[in-house]
Design a protein around this ligand. Structure first.
Ligand SMILES: *Cc1c(COP(=O)(O)O)cnc(C)c1O
Length: 426
């Protein structure tokens, strides 16, 4: 028995499914998880000392590659003066100033501990600000696991075969309206049905929890216009796209400003951090200035801030990171698409910036219904082959591949070599 298998045996006895987040359980690919021992650059090592080229990158935070020494040093230095005080610290101000200075739509920001918390809080603020209850989300977009947002919520929920979650009272989702990604008419119809009732429209500006689905020309601008017209708060959930699609995230990439923005994953550089921010007028609704309550004992934790800020500063100082990642990503993803063609498979490759997803379907994928046409059995076989040949992918058809600044020509070449081997054996 491998060490990963031993650990899994122990884990399932004391942790539901043996994991602290469902997708890690490998359920949808019919395997048991590899336990990770450590990681460096583009590589991750399992408990049996196998090395893999990693395309998860902790689901986004590891944009500089694993175990970046500058980030690590910042963490260690900060930790030496204490882990947490439950009181205000300078580095929280620095972090907030840094984000407000660098993201034009953000005038004020509040730190929390996860993307889930960031979105949950942003929705509460939007409701408090507008005095309205309803929110619009898109099928297949994931915004964390708070009650109101577990409606057609993408990857983890999708492959677990649970369309919603039990334990969520109908009352919690009665104000959650669901629209079709890339379909403005479906949003207009909701505004027509509920004029003056919609507090917020929340969207992943690039949907990265049903694979990778790109917004079509005019979709995000259309949402911007509809929200402005109806006095509705437009929330961009940039937990994945923020500081990844461009330094200024999807807002910079597409040239559209949201009213509120949520962050997670990447701004903690691997530490548990989330944040929500936006227009001053909206953010001043938050306690203790305003009447929307939101709090957090460990929010703005100095060690977490040190990690996140160190990473953001590196990204700011080295804009060439984005062009390098894009080049590496294009080479890999276009290379995979070319191989798919060479071996006469009908599969579709969606990619943008450092995010990509190969869909095992002959259908072009622009929304959740189309993503669901993918053959998850074929994905599972592909996943297994890649893993056994040293390529660590997200264990679900509906996860993105994440390229970091540490990926390079060599990792691309090796990945394409293994992928071609898979196609040859398929
Ligand atoms: C991961 C994710 C979240 C939730 O973040 P957690 O830190 O896992 O709670 C929210 N929105 C998007 C777009 C995400 O990808």
């Amino acid at each position: 028995m491998s060490r990963s298998e031993e650990l899994y045996e122990r884990a399932v006895k004391v942790i539901p499914g043996g994991v602290n987040s469902p997708v890690r359980a490998y359920g949808s690919v019919g395997m048991t998880p590899r336990f990770v021992e450590g990681a460096t650059g583009p590589y991750i090592f399992d408990a049996d000392s196998n090395r893999y080229i990693d395309y998860i990158g902790s689901w986004g935070p590891m944009i500089l590659g694993h175990n970046n020494q500058e980030v690590l040093k910042a963490v260690v230095r900060k930790a030496e003066s204490g882990l947490s005080f439950g009181a205000a610290t300078e580095i929280e101000v620095e972090m907030a100033e840094f984000i407000c200075e660098n993201v034009p739509s953000i005038e004020m920001i509040r730190m929390v501990n996860s993307g889930t918390e960031a979105v949950m809080s942003a929705i509460r603020v939007a409701r408090g600000y507008t005095g309205r209850n309803k929110i619009v989300k898109f099928d297949g977009c994931y915004h964390g696991h708070s009650d109101a947002l577990l409606v057609k919520a993408g990857s983890g929920v999708m492959t677990a075969g649970v369309p919603d979650s039990s334990g969520v009272p109908a009352g919690c989702t009665q104000d959650t309206l669901s629209a079709v990604y890339n379909n403005l008419e479906s949003v207009k119809a909701l505004f027509q049905e509920f004029p003056q009732e919609i507090a917020a429209v929340i969207v992943e500006p690039v949907a990265a929890n049903m694979g990778v689905v790109l917004p079509e020309e005019g979709f995000l601008q259309g949402l911007r216009d509809l929200c402005t017209e109806h006095g509705t708060v437009l929330i961009f959930d940039e937990v994945i796209t923020g500081f990844r699609l461009a330094f200024g995230g999807a807002q910079e990439h597409f040239g559209i400003q949201a009213d509120l923005v949520t962050y997670g994953k990447i701004i903690g550089a691997g530490m548990p951090v989330g944040a929500y921010g936006g227009k001053r007028e909206i953010m001043e609704q938050v306690a203790p200035v305003g009447s929307v309550y939101q709090a957090g004992t460990l929010s703005g934790n100095p060690v977490a801030m040190a990690a996140g800020l160190a990473q953001l500063k590196i990204l700011k100082e080295h804009p060439e990171i984005y062009s390098k990642m894009r080049l590496n990503a294009d080479t890999l993803f276009d290379g995979m698409a070319a191989l798919v063609k060479k071996y006469k498979k009908p599969w579709k490759m969606n990619h943008i910036g450092s995010l990509g997803c190969l869909y095992f379907t002959e259908q072009d994928v622009h929304n959740y219904e189309e993503a669901k046409t993918a053959d998850t059995k074929t994905f599972a076989a592909y996943f297994r082959f890649m893993l056994e040949h040293g390529i660590h992918l997200g264990p679900s058809q509906f996860e993105a591949m994440f390229i970091s600044n540490a990926h390079n020509e060599e990792t691309t070449k090796e990945t394409l070599r293994v992928f071609e081997e898979y196609l040859r054996c398929e």
